[in-house]
Design a protein around this ligand. Structure first.
Ligand SMILES: [Zn+2]
Length: 325
């Protein structure tokens, strides 16, 4: 079908027509249910043809993001160490922190906060945060003015350290909230939300003038998408409603009065491991499947290839830093 002639489908990001159609199966839990997607002829965004009427039905109680982490709310020794490491990495100084780094797991959020230009005591909103694990870890690192939103949570949560995670939709929250944030983050949640333009507009409304919106998403302008197509692990039908490209993210940002300041790639071996499973018709949650199919040497080769693709800007996960235009 020629672009623009299919009146049933218009890109919900840029208004473009259809370049290509896909039928994709649910593969995380392996229900096999099929969903129609199309690719925009203009911005390249791959999107579900119709947003499911009850998206919550596809987030069962065992969904990984909903496993509670109450133990992370109070860990005084780890908090003392993490605060030293955060200060040292983000604002300089502190040789003791470098020493701790040698023995402790890296703090994954340091590069995001550095590129977002976050200062001490910054206020941070995490959208689609599940039970708030990342916010709890940021709290240990000294960021105590945090809030989480997740409309698919079973119920709102208040942790003993004061962190609140609300069972609420971002667009609805932004309509009435007075609070403003230095950083609004979407860690693989943006692609789950039904209206990409309204979502970024709401994020922009909640932003302090010099704040940053951080969006981590699967990328359709990637080698994994081109190789695996309907079997690409990041498709995750029907939970991923949108598989963005650099162009579609920039279009949604522009609509919200935001500009893409920087994009990096942080794809992992999952793009190969998961997609190879899907190609064989094996659900991602099948116990022992990865070990049965791939040896340690093959997994290390996947890691190397992921790092290489990230360097080339061809990995299947993007990290976008947006600021007010
Ligand atoms: Zn488009």
């Amino acid at each position: 079908m020629n672009a623009g002639t299919d009146r049933g489908c218009v890109c919900r990001v840029c208004g473009g027509g259809v370049r290509e159609r896909f039928r994709v199966r649910e593969m995380m839990f392996g229900s096999g249910e099929e969903f129609d997607y199309f690719r925009c002829a203009d911005c390249g965004c791959v999107q579900i043809r119709e947003v499911p009427e009850d998206p919550a039905a596809y987030y069962p109680a065992g969904y990984f993001a909903f496993r509670a982490r109450p133990g992370l709310a109070r860990r005084p020794v780890r908090a003392a160490f993490d605060r030293m490491r955060v200060a040292s990495h983000l604002w300089g100084g502190g040789t003791a922190a470098r020493w701790i780094d040698r023995f402790a797991k890296p703090l994954d959020y340091i590069p995001w906060l550095r590129l977002a230009g976050v200062g001490p005591g910054a206020s941070i909103l995490d959208v689609g945060c599940g039970t708030g694990k990342l916010l709890l870890r940021l709290g240990l690192g000294g960021f105590e003015r945090c809030l989480g939103l997740d409309p698919f949570l079973p119920e709102s949560i208040r942790y003993p350290n004061g962190l609140r995670v609300l069972k609420r939709d971002l667009v609805d929250y932004a309509r009435t909230a007075r609070r403003r944030f230095d950083l609004v983050m979407f860690h693989h949640s943006y692609e789950h939300l039904p209206d990409p333009r309204a979502t970024l507009a709401a994020a922009a409304r909640l932003l302090r003038p010099d704040g940053c919106v951080l969006v981590r998403v699967p990328l359709a302008d990637s080698e994994a998408f081109e190789t695996y197509r309907e079997h690409w692990v990041q498709w995750d039908a029907p939970r991923h409603l949108y598989l963005h490209t650099r162009a579609s993210l920039a279009a949604a940002a522009a609509h919200a009065g935001l500009t893409v300041e920087r994009v990096t790639c942080d794809s992992t071996r999952l793009q190969f491991v998961g997609s190879e499973l899907y190609r064989r018709g094996i659900a991602l949650q099948t116990a022992g499947a990865v070990r049965a199919l791939f040896g340690p040497r093959e997994l290390r080769a996947f890691d190397r290839r992921a790092r290489e693709l990230n360097r080339l800007g061809r990995g299947d996960q993007g990290v976008f830093y947006l600021r007010r235009t």
